[in-house]
Write a protein that binds this ligand. Structure first.
Ligand SMILES: Nc1ncnc2c1ncn2[C@@H]1O[C@H](COP(=O)(O)OP(=O)(O)O)[C@@H](O)[C@H]1O
Ligand SMILES: [Mg+2]
Length: 325
């Protein structure tokens, strides 16, 4: 076990983590621009104010802003009855997909999460509500630096490890630990007919032990076929705008990209190459080159032709690289 310091705006704390973690971590500072606890209104973005519904005000204390996006913000808070930390996501209703259930509109992100049984690597939704100013409020369990209330995604994790190792990328063992969890989450979703569709480093939150949870189901879909570009990592077939493609094999490509990023902190191919479908084998820098089994698996996941990739998440999990210790 290693202990390391985390600097937040008003204090410096020592946290204990597993021995593969770096000695110095800086998670992104939370935005302490307002004192929220007594306020009924939150400033979301571009000066837009949202009035919290009474049941949300009664149940949670809001401490600080975790993240600010174009169509909403995420706040760090605490459930009053249990004192457990929560993440409260507030998004513009006009920018959010909804589904109708018995004549009632539900944000799709909440509806899909409610449908699947809980999983240790998928963020748990606690509740959702509608705000007067046409915004949705979704309350999730918080996962990250716990009581230190810091924003910590897989991107921050990679950045910190690079700093402490003096070179980019994670060790092969660490990558295996992360990929096992990510694949387990995706396998669980796939079993229930759901694809996340926005898998990327910023949508995976991590704690100090490297335990991760998948967040942000805003683009998630139910079904087997996709059409057009979804998310921010595009496999070659997503550039064929009008041709429907299999979500399962498109997701394998995206997972292969995240897999590669864990070693190289960069995407395997430039967009232009993906578009042109002239890819060739993935290249690793000499200092990061993983074992042959691992390179073979990444290469398989990143095949140009979807039918040449593993056809499901379970095929990836069964690969010999995961089987050996
Ligand atoms: N449950 C959570 N626990 C910890 N941090 C979270 C949680 N949900 C969101 N965040 C933080 O807020 C950021 C934005 O949340 P996200 O759901 O991805 O919204 P957006 O749709 O704006 O991308 C994430 O990158 C993460 O840093
Ligand atoms: Mg996101």
């Amino acid at each position: 076990m290693t202990s390391f310091n985390v600097k937040s705006e008003d204090s410096e704390k020592t946290i204990v983590c597993d021995d593969m973690s770096p000695s110095e971590w800086d998670a992104e500072e939370i935005l302490r621009t307002h004192s929220y606890p007594e306020s009924h209104q939150l400033v979301i973005h571009r000066g837009v104010k949202v009035t919290l519904p009474p049941q949300i005000l009664a149940a949670y204390t809001i401490h600080s802003k975790l993240a600010s996006g174009t169509f909403g913000s995420v706040f760090y808070g605490e459930e009053k009855s249990t004192r457990r930390p929560v993440a409260i996501k507030i998004v513009e209703a006009s920018m959010t997909k909804t589904i109708s259930y018995n004549g009632i509109k539900i944000p799709k992100e909440a509806a899909l999460l409610q449908k699947i049984p809980s999983h240790p690597n998928i963020i748990a939704l606690i509740e959702w509500a509608e705000a007067y100013e046409k915004h949705w409020i979704l309350v999730f369990e918080y996962h990250g630096f716990g009581r230190d209330r810091l924003k910590f995604t897989l991107r921050h994790y990679l950045r910190n490890v690079a700093k402490s190792r003096g070179k980019r990328g994670l060790t092969e063992n660490k990558v295996k630990k992360i990929m096992r969890q990510l694949l387990s989450a995706c396998h669980h979703l796939e079993k229930h007919g759901i694809y996340h569709c926005d898998l990327k480093l910023d949508n995976i939150v991590v704690d100090t032990e490297g335990n991760l949870k998948l967040i942000d189901f805003g683009l998630a879909v139910e079904g087997e076929k996709g059409r057009g570009r979804i998310g921010s990592i595009f496999p070659p077939e997503m550039y064929d705008h009008y041709i429907p493609y299999e979500l399962s094999t498109a997701q394998i490509w995206v997972l292969g990209t995240v897999f590669y990023q864990l070693f190289e902190a960069a995407k395997p191919y430039h967009e232009e190459r993906v578009k042109s479908k002239a890819l060739g084998r993935v290249m690793f820098s000499r200092h990061n080159r993983p074992s042959n089994e691992c390179v073979e698996l990444i290469d398989w996941m990143l095949k140009t032709e979807p039918t040449h990739r593993p056809q499901s998440v379970s095929r990836v999990i069964e690969h010999c690289w995961f089987m050996c210790a």
